[in-house]
Design a protein around this ligand. Structure first.
Ligand code: R1P
Ligand code: URA
Length: 316
């Protein structure tokens, strides 16, 4: 049993849609197979699905979409929660995994509120705490107030599939590409001004564009997902092969060199940072289920790999 997410082997599918908000997870669960929409009250997990709300705020829902086992996991907010989720879920699932995040974001590009962004990569924006140290402690190496990491890429096939499916649900004019900036704060490292703190972030947007000209969105988790997918090892593939669950897995050496997680992300624009527009409740209610279906369609369309039929019994 994972310590914080709280799920056991067999309770989580290999294909996972992750969100921040548990209310969003429940809305999206209404698109899963066999849900009795008429008799499922709003804000309630449909009774035919597995669900577990952990004491640390993670909500896991598992069922099937178009017959394929899928899970939805709501993780809350921030880079640490994404780290807990990816590592603890990876530990209780055998074989390859596909994880797609459907989040909300601020747009620093042309994307308007209610539009969708599907980033091909993400970088991390971290407050450089040393820069803010008292003057007597400051050293010549304290540098700039925010540290901007290298870009880690999303899985190409997942990204292309998401763009295709989002465009068919929401219209091509409402779906954007670009690079995501994942910030360690909703406030300082997303360039929000706050008179109660010294944040030295007046030039942050300019710095982001200088760092990565295709910077399009700001949110708080995607980088960690892409980073952990790219640093995932093939150990879960080896374990599945040793258990005799994989027929055609290849040699142990070859399996170990593979990533066992492929990841993609998409985000609904809630805030347009240039115009200060914010999405309405009505637009959230319209976009969320459509975007959710586009993610589920993508999750089940992308092939897991040579070990595809490994988990055909999970999530039933
Ligand atoms: C901030 O309001 C939260 O919204 C975004 C950010 O990444 C952060 O978690 O995503 P979610 O809507 O998925 O939570
Ligand atoms: N989520 C964020 O992290 N930032 C925004 O501006 C909107 C949603």
């Amino acid at each position: 049993m994972s310590i914080h997410v709280g799920v056991k082997r067999g309770e989580l599918a290999n294909r996972v849609l992750t969100v921040g908000d548990p209310a969003r997870a429940i809305v999206l669960s209404r698109s899963l197979d066999g849900v009795d929409l008429e008799n499922t009250p709003p804000k309630t997990v449909p009774s035919n699905l597995f669900s577990y709300a952990s004491h640390r705020g993670f909500l896991t829902i598992t069922g099937r979409y178009k017959g394929v086992p899928v899970s939805i996991v709501a993780i809350g907010m921030g880079v640490s929660m994404m780290d807990f989720f990816v590592r603890e879920c990876r530990a209780v699932v055998d074989g390859p995994m596909i994880i797609i995040r459907l989040g909300s974001c601020g747009s620093v590009s042309e994307a308007a509120v209610g539009d969708i962004s599907v980033p091909s990569g993400a970088y991390l924006v971290q407050r450089n705490v040393d820069y803010f140290a008292p003057l007597e402690d400051a050293t010549a190496t304290s540098g700039k107030p925010y540290h901007l990491s290298k870009v880690f890429e999303a899985d190409h096939e997942i990204t292309q599939t998401l763009v295709k499916n989002m465009s068919s649900k929401l219209g091509t004019g409402h779906v954007w590409s670009g690079i995501n900036a994942t910030a360690d704060s909703f406030y300082s490292s997303q360039g929000r001004q706050d008179q109660n703190f010294v944040d030295a972030n007046e030039e942050l947007f300019t710095e982001l564009i200088r760092h990565e000209p295709n910077t399009s969105t700001l949110e708080m988790e995607t980088f960690v997902l892409f980073h952990l997918a790219k640093t995932s090892t093939g150990a879960p593939l080896v374990r599945a092969a040793l258990d005799g669950q994989v027929q055609n897995g290849g040699s142990v050496e070859a399996l170990l060199k593979k990533n066992s997680i492929r990841a993609g992300a998409c985000m609904m624009v809630f805030a347009q940072r240039h115009t200060n527009a914010f999405i309405t409740k009505e637009d959230v209610a319209r976009v969320e289920p459509l975007a959710g279906k586009a993610v589920f369609d993508s999750l089940v369309e992308v092939h897991l790999g040579a070990d595809e039929d490994l988990h055909s019994t999970q999530g039933s």
